[in-house]
Write a protein that binds this ligand. Sequence first.
Ligand SMILES: Cc1ncc(C[n+]2csc(CCOP(=O)(O)OP(=O)(O)O)c2C)c(N)n1
Length: 537
Amino acid sequence: MSTVREVTYQLLRELGMTTIFGNPGSTELPFLRDMPSDFTYFLGLHERSAAGMALGYALGTGKAAFANLHSIASVGNGLSTLVDALGAHVPLVVTTGQQDRRHLLSEPFLVSRAVKVVKPYVKWACEPQRAEDVPAAIARGYYLATQAPMGPVFISIPMDDWTHECQPLAARTVTQTVLADPSALDEIVRALDSCRNPALVAGAQIEEDRGWHEVVALAEHLNADVYQQPIPARWTFPRSHRLFRGGLLPGQQPLADQLGAYDTVIVLGAPVFLYYAYVPGNPIQPGTKLFQVTNSPQHAAAALAGTSIVGNLAAAAQYIRAHVKARTTATPPPPLPPPPKPDHPITPAYLFSTLNKLMPGDAVIAEECPSSKGDLDRYLLRDQPGSFYSVPNGVLGFGLPAAVGLQLANPKRRVVCPIGDGSIQYSIQALWTAVQHHAPVIVIVLRNGDYTALKSFCDFTQVGRNVHGMDLPGIDIVKIAQGYGMTAEEVDLPQDLEPALRNAFASSQPRLISVNVTRGGEKCMGMDQSVHPPNYR
Ligand SMILES: Cc1ncc(C[n+]2csc(CCOP(=O)(O)OP(=O)(O)O)c2C)c(N)n1
C-alpha cells in the first residue's frame, strides 16, 4: 500500500505541479524529505516571497502553481500573496504544515489555526478530517483553483499524515470554461448595432481567458475606441494599437466623464469599476448603455450599474464579433506624448521612455512603482499578450517575487521589474532566489527616497504634509542586492542610464539598477484637484 506522501507526489505529477515554491519548517519536513527527482524546489527566504514567486510562476505559465509554506507563518507572512491571488484570479494551491494530529488538542508549539484565518481570502480552505483524505483534498483544491474565476486554495496538513497508508488517486478532467448565455450576448449585439459611438473597456480577465486576439479582432471589427480598466493588474490590449485610448481613472465621476462621449460601453473582463479615492458621481453618464462581460459572478453582482453577463471572455468576444455589424469609421488616435528630456535628476518619464527604446519587443513588465505609474503608462508600450503585470489590490510586496516567478516560468522572455525604493523592501528576499537560480530578471529601482505616492495622496485629499513615516533616508539598495549576491549598480546621470540598461539586457544574469529619480510631482493615480477629491482634514 502506498503512503499519503507517495500518492500526493504522484497526484501533483499528474496535475502538472512538479515545481514547488516554499519555505520549510519542522511541520513540512515529512512531506519535503526525499523529494522525487522530477520535482524542482524553489526556496523563498520568507513566505511572502515564496508564495509571491509561485504567483508569478502561475501568471507566467497560465497554469496552477504549488506553494508549500510553514504552519501559521504561511498566513502571517504569506497572506498578502493570497489576497493578490484572489484579486488577480491566480490559481495557487497552497499547502501548509500543521502539528501532529495526536496532540493537536493540547495546542502544542507551532499549532496552526491558519484555515480559519485565511478563509476570506481563498476560494476554499481545508484541513482534511483524515490523513488518507490529503491527496483528494489537494485534487479538489486544484480543480476549484483552476475554475474561472481562478484563485487560491489552502490546505493545512498535519505532519503525521504523510506516512499513513493511502489508496492511489487518479487525476480527473474537470473543465474550466463556462460560456455566457447567447441570448444575453444578443442584447449587447443589438445595442452595438443601434448605437452611434461605442467604446470597449479591456480588463485583466481577457488574459485569464486567453482572449487577447479575440478582443483585438472585435475592436477592429467595431472600429471602437478601447480603454484599459482602471488600475489594471494586466494590460490586455496592444498599447500602440490605433484604437487604444489609454487607461481609465479610478474615481467615479472622472471615469464617467472619460466615457461621457460614448453611448454604449462594453466592459470586457473587469469590475464596474475599480476605484481608488472616493470621488462620488455616476458610475456612467445617464444615457450611456453599459454592459459588463465577466468571468466572475462576484464582479457581476457587485457592479454599480449596467447589465452584467457572466461567462468566458474569449468566447463572448468571438460570439459578439460573429453577430454584430462591422463599423468602418474610427476616431483618430491621440497624439503621442512628447519625448522626455534627459534632465538631472532623471525623471521617471525619461527612465521609462529609455527603457521602452531598449527593451526587446517580447519583454515582460512586473511593476510596483506607485507614484510613477502615470509615466510608466505613457511611455512603456507593450503589444504582445502576457507582457504586463501589476499589484492587483494595492498590497505592496507583489512586484519583485512576481517578476522572479514570471522569469522562472518564461526563460525566453526577459522580465523587467520597475519598482519603488519603498516597495522593494516588502519582499526583498526574492533577489536571492533570482541569483541562486540565475533567473535573469532586471530590477530597476526608482530611488526617490520617500513614499511619494502617500505624499501625493496627502496633497490630493488635503490631509497635509505633517505626517510621520513618509521619508526613506539611509537605504543602500545596491549593497543590499550585492549582499544577496546580485550584480547591482547605481545610476545618477541621465547619460549613464542607457549604457546601464544595455549592459543589463546583454547579460544573462539577474541585475539591479538603482536609478536616482526626481521626487514628487505626480498626480494621484492620474487625478488632481479638478475631480473634487474627498477632504480628510
Ligand atoms: C504592504 C503595504 N504597506 C503599505 C502600503 C502603503 N503604501 C502605498 S504606496 C506606498 C509608498 C511606496 O513607496 P515607493 O515604492 O518608494 O514608491 P513611491 O511612492 O515613492 O513611488 C506605501 C507605503 C501598501 N500599499 N502596502
